[in-house]
Ligand binder design. Structure first.
Ligand code: HEC
Length: 179
């Protein structure tokens, strides 16, 4: 191959490169768009705002103390039928899939002897205050991530309050309701 041949090949390569760059340059001009006012993607109108996520406690419209004051333990006794598959409520009752719940209000979290709590619940700490129970029963998975209570939660704040005042009644001397 003589140097003339080489020059021809080099010329073809360079020419191709220039052509590619040139096409890119013109494509940029043809397809360029006005800069966005805000950085981000242009979404079709109406889809920009994601729908409000489900789960998580809804903003408390009525303070918990007020809900508990109005709540009915009799209705709560009906409400805990949903729990009875996994929990017993009588004093000294056995643990089932879940621990016995007699006296659970103000009881230290994860403290029933002989029940195999998850590490998640053991790590929660504190005691079952009215507020802690309310948050847990709203959405157990959100309140204590990775706990093993397979129950979706009660989203209705009034029904939850009924359940909580029923749980409160399961004690020799029920603790005072919060103000
Ligand atoms: C499908 C079974 C199941 C149902 C239904 C269920 N639970 Fe549980 N519950 C569990 C399990 C399992 C645990 C232990 C969770 C852990 O260790 O992570 C638990 C834990 C609890 C605790 C914490 C107890 C402690 O000693 O710290 C409370 C309070 C509780 N449940 C209340 C309720 C109430 C009230 C209902 C009904 C409204 C209910 N649960 C429905 C299985 C269930």
């Amino acid at each position: 191959m003589d140097s003339f041949e080489l020059n021809k090949i080099a010329g073809i390569v360079l020419g191709t490169l220039l052509l590619t760059m040139g096409v890119g340059f013109f494509a940029d001009i043809v397809f360029s768009r006005a800069p966005l006012a805000k950085p981000g993607y242009d979404l079709p109108a109406g889809e920009a705002a994601p729908a409000a996520g489900k789960g998580g406690p809804a903003p408390a419209a009525v303070p918990l103390g007020e809900l508990l004051a109005k709540a009915d333990p009799k209705k709560g006794e009906g409400g805990v039928k949903a729990c009875a598959a996994c929990h017993t409520f009588d004093k000294g009752g056995p643990n089932r899939v879940g621990p016995n719940l007699y006296g659970v209000v103000t009881r230290p979290v994860a403290s029933v002897a002989g029940f195999g709590y998850s590490d998640a619940l053991k790590g929660k700490g504190g005691a079952w205050s009215f507020e802690a129970l309310d948050a847990f029963l709203t959405n157990p998975k959100a309140a204590v991530p990775n706990n093993k209570m397979a129950w979706a939660g009660e989203k209705d704040a009034a029904k939850r309050a009924d359940i909580i005042v029923y749980l409160r009644s399961l004690a020799e001397t029920p603790v005072a309701l919060p103000k």
